[in-house]
Ligand binder design. Structure first.
Ligand SMILES: NC(=O)c1ccc[n+]([C@@H]2O[C@H](COP(=O)([O-])OP(=O)(O)OC[C@H]3O[C@@H](n4cnc5c(N)ncnc54)[C@H](O)[C@@H]3O)[C@@H](O)[C@H]2O)c1
Length: 248
């Protein structure tokens, strides 16, 4: 008899949003999780936060920019749980602060490898499993930075714009295989990404969000929707959850 349980893998499951996503999805019925992150410490913390959750939780460290490592995460999901229903590609990094002429090739390459090649690796690894099942939902974390121009952040803006378009192209390529691909574009919620930012800068960012700064908890509902059958006719979309940041 086919399992009625849902298997969700999260790449970049540590950190502020990854932890909130893990907690939300672990609290949903009949769900088993495979959590992955570059940081074994962050992964341990995310897992410790799930003590007592009803479903099973597996952890597999991986660098999202390394295809073989990501493939190993998906293999772990299939070996342990027999399927993969949802993949969330959430790992991402900010680029150094600087105008284009002051940024180095390495700044672009690092942003590209983690923010673009990372989700590409997730899609490449998940698609063979989901095609065989003829079902699956892939959710990429983009950003409002991929829709609006931020001065001094070109690699971050350009790579997040790439994530939005990657979701659209993948949606078109895999719809006939029963696989949906969408992304979420968060506005700003405070996380390790903002460590060291002066209070005046945080206030300036907050002032650009009509509803004020968000929290990771404000974002998890969008992922929960995209991970569920309620979104069965939604693919190729960029769901903006940003306190009104991108509205003007
Ligand atoms: N914080 C915000 O305001 C904001 C806004 C829009 C989008 N985002 C996006 O949300 C996602 C999560 O960000 P966050 O704010 O929770 O940041 P965070 O720094 O708290 O978490 C990022 C996680 O990604 C992991 N990671 C980094 N490089 C990795 C790699 N090479 N392989 C695997 N894992 C790696 C880190 O270890 C960390 O656990 C990112 O994609 C980010 O771009 C954040």
């Amino acid at each position: 008899m086919e399992s009625t349980r849902r298997v969700v893998a999260i790449l970049g499951a540590g950190g502020t949003l990854g932890t909130a996503l893990s907690q939300r999805l672990a609290a949903e019925p009949d769900t088993d999780l495979v959590l992955s992150d570059l940081s074994e410490d962050a992964l341990r913390q995310a897992r410790d936060g799930l003590a007592g959750s009803a479903g099973e939780v597996a952890t597999v460290p991986a660098d999202i920019s390394d295809f073989a490592a990501v493939e190993n995460v998906i293999k772990h999901a299939v070996d342990r749980f027999g399927r993969l229903d949802v993949l969330i590609s959430n790992a991402g990094i900010l680029s150094p602060n600087g105008r284009i002429h002051n940024l180095a090739t390495e700044d672009w390459e690092r942003a590209y490898r983690i923010n673009v090649l990372g989700p590409v690796n997730g899609i490449r690894a998940a698609v063979p499993v989901m095609r065989a099942q003829r079902s699956g939902s892939i959710i990429l974390t983009a950003s409002v930075a991929g829709m609006t121009a931020w001065s001094h952040s070109s690699p971050y803006c350009v790579t997040k714009a790439g994530v939005i378009h990657l979701a659209k192209v993948a949606a078109v390529e895999y719809a006939r295989d029963g696989i949906r691909v969408n992304c979420v574009c968060p506005g700003t919620f405070l996380s390790a990404m903002h460590d060291g930012l002066p209070a005046v800068a945080v206030d300036a960012i907050a002032a650009k969000h009509p509803l004020g700064l968000g929290t990771a908890g404000d974002l998890v509902g969008a992922y929960s929707y995209l991970a569920s059958d309620a979104s069965r006719w939604t693919t190729g979309s960029a769901i903006v959850v940003d306190g009104g940041y991108a509205a003007p």
